[in-house]
Ligand binder design. Structure first.
Ligand SMILES: NC(=O)c1ccc[n+]([C@@H]2O[C@H](COP(=O)([O-])OP(=O)(O)OC[C@H]3O[C@@H](n4cnc5c(N)ncnc54)[C@H](O)[C@@H]3O)[C@@H](O)[C@H]2O)c1
Length: 244
């Protein structure tokens, strides 16, 4: 076991989650990944940093699978100190095109996921009287952004859930915060909407396309001991487009 303990990251087989995994490995955490696809590349990158890695194919919308995963992480790596609820989906659809199944799916992954993962992992953190939970929202919550009703509703829910959970677990040494990234360069996001990269970054105070690596320092701080008295907060990491 590393001296920082284990950081659990959902959706870290790809994109921004993979970058969080690599940074937290560099910080000295052992890394556990839950994703619906295999996390082979993430395993290679994390192990290159000299820490332990464990992953399982887990759907974060499953109450049974998330509980079973927490037990596996405890058994394989132990000392669970951090949870980053990063798994998320963002189908680009107008309100008219958003049927109830799409709505349920987006709320399921983006909001039920952090709830279920927290249900599964908070008991281990309570036992240790220490924990760091980072939920992932999006600055679309603070913007005039069309075609994203289910997504923005889910990310608003994530901010509300974070505030409420922070109030219940603080006495046990557990903090709960949100990182709200701006538009970030990932394959998934480019496949949903490539044109948006042409104009949106220009509206930021720092007018450059955000790369996953630009976000990792915020998560590194929020899972560190240095953030002990920061809880229930939302940190926008978006090049200064919104002021929340
Ligand atoms: N890319 C952006 O511009 C951007 C901006 C703001 C916020 N975000 C948020 O950041 C997070 C990561 O985004 P990304 O662009 O890296 O996405 P991505 O698609 O590259 O990665 C998301 C990962 O989540 C996994 N996943 C999907 N459904 C899952 C489920 N049910 N259970 C477990 N894993 C599941 C996917 O397999 C994938 O590996 C999301 O929460 C997203 O909403 C992204």
């Amino acid at each position: 076991m590393s001296n920082k303990g284990t950081a659990v990251i959902t959706g870290a087989a790809n994109g921004i989650g993979q970058a969080y995994a690599v940074r937290l490995a560099k910080d000295g955490f052992d890394i556990a990944v839950a994703d619906v696809v295999e996390a082979d590349k993430t395993k290679e990158l994390v192990e290159a940093e000299g820490v332990k890695f464990f992953s399982a194919v887990v759907d974060v919308t499953s109450p049974e699978a998330t509980i079973a995963f927490a037990a596996q992480v405890q058994k394989n790596l132990g000392s669970i100190t951090a949870l980053v609820n990063n798994a998320g989906i963002y189908p680009w659809k107008s309100f008219e095109e958003t049927d109830y199944d799409t709505w349920r799916k987006v709320i399921g992954v983006n909001l039920d996921g952090p709830f279920l993962m927290s249900k599964a992992f908070v008991p281990y953190m309570r036992e240790n009287k220490y924990g760091r939970i980072v939920n992932v929202a999006s600055t679309t919550f603070f913007l005039n952004a069309p075609q994203m009703t289910a997504y923005i509703a889910s990310k608003g829910g994530v901010i509300g859930f974070t505030r409420a959970l922070a109030s219940e677990v603080g006495a046990d040494g557990i903090t709960v915060n949100v990182i709200a990234p701006g538009l970030t360069n990932t394959k998934s996001m480019r496949s949903e909407n490539a044109e948006i990269y042409e104009f949106l970054p220009k509206m930021q105070a720092i007018p450059k396309v955000i790369e996953p690596e630009d976000l990792v320092g915020v998560v590194s701080f929020l899972v560190s001991k240095d953030s002990s008295f920061v809880t229930g907060q939302t940190i926008a990491a978006d090049g200064g487009q919104v002021r929340n």
